[in-house]
Design a protein around this ligand. Structure first.
Ligand SMILES: Nc1ncnc2c1ncn2[C@@H]1O[C@H](COP(=O)(O)OP(=O)(O)OP(=O)(O)O)[C@@H](O)[C@H]1O
Ligand SMILES: Nc1nc2c(c(=O)[nH]1)N=C(CO)CN2
Length: 171
């Protein structure tokens, strides 16, 4: 079976310890060979709300892009995700960042553009897959983070790695 490498951004700022842990359990059941960056805490970007927990997850899957997104949406829904207001607090946010080196607009935009301007995505990516290259710019995530973290925008976004224990329970 053909396996694809996916990177997923995980975020929560409502009941964030439980939702992050339970979200990771659900991802480990849905996808293969899950590995995780550290969990980082940061101030909410773009709206006033509680601090977020964020991390990036790497996994393998035989699912298509559409199937992966459907699966992520179901896991969000299972965690009581409300979607009325776009910039608002959320129990669990799961966004597909990359799917192999796919560059596409349908069924979703890949690579997701926030990789390049959100420290809460790029810093954990640089930690988890430093030598992997962005499918469009071909820069490594380590280089993208090194440059972004020195920029004015990057200097404004601070992330704190937190102690967070999670271990995959067997499928
Ligand atoms: N790269 C992606 N990964 C996962 N789902 C996506 C992606 N792009 C679009 N979607 C789908 O489209 C919907 C809207 O996209 P988007 O992720 O921008 O909104 P959101 O998750 O509600 O808000 P936010 O951008 O604030 O995270 C999502 O709810 C999801 O179903
Ligand atoms: N720190 C942080 N800020 C955010 C986040 C997030 O995951 N972390 N997600 C948002 C909506 O996608 C908006 N703002």
């Amino acid at each position: 079976m053909v396996s694809s490498l996916i990177l997923i951004s995980v975020g929560s700022n409502i009941n964030k310890i439980d939702n992050t842990r339970s979200g990771l359990n659900a991802l480990a059941l849905a996808f293969d060979d899950l590995s995780c960056s550290s969990v980082y805490e940061s101030e909410s970007v773009g709206f006033n709300g509680d601090n977020f927990y964020n991390l990036v997850v790497k996994a393998n899957t035989s699912k298509t892009i559409g199937e992966v997104c459907k699966c992520l949406k179901k896991i969000e829904d299972d965690h009581g995700r409300k979607r009325e207001v776009k910039f608002s607090s959320r129990t669990l946010d799961l966004d597909l960042l990359t799917y192999n080196n796919e560059v596409c607009e349908q069924p979703v935009v890949l690579p997701r553009d926030e990789i390049e301007y959100n420290a809460f995505v790029l810093q954990p990516m640089a930690e988890l897959v430093p030598e992997l290259r962005h499918p469009v710019t071909r820069h490594t995530y380590a280089d993208l983070w090194a440059n972004f973290s020195k920029s004015v925008a990057g200097q404004k976004q601070k992330l704190w790695p937190i102690t967070f224990t999670w271990s995959k329970s067997p499928k």
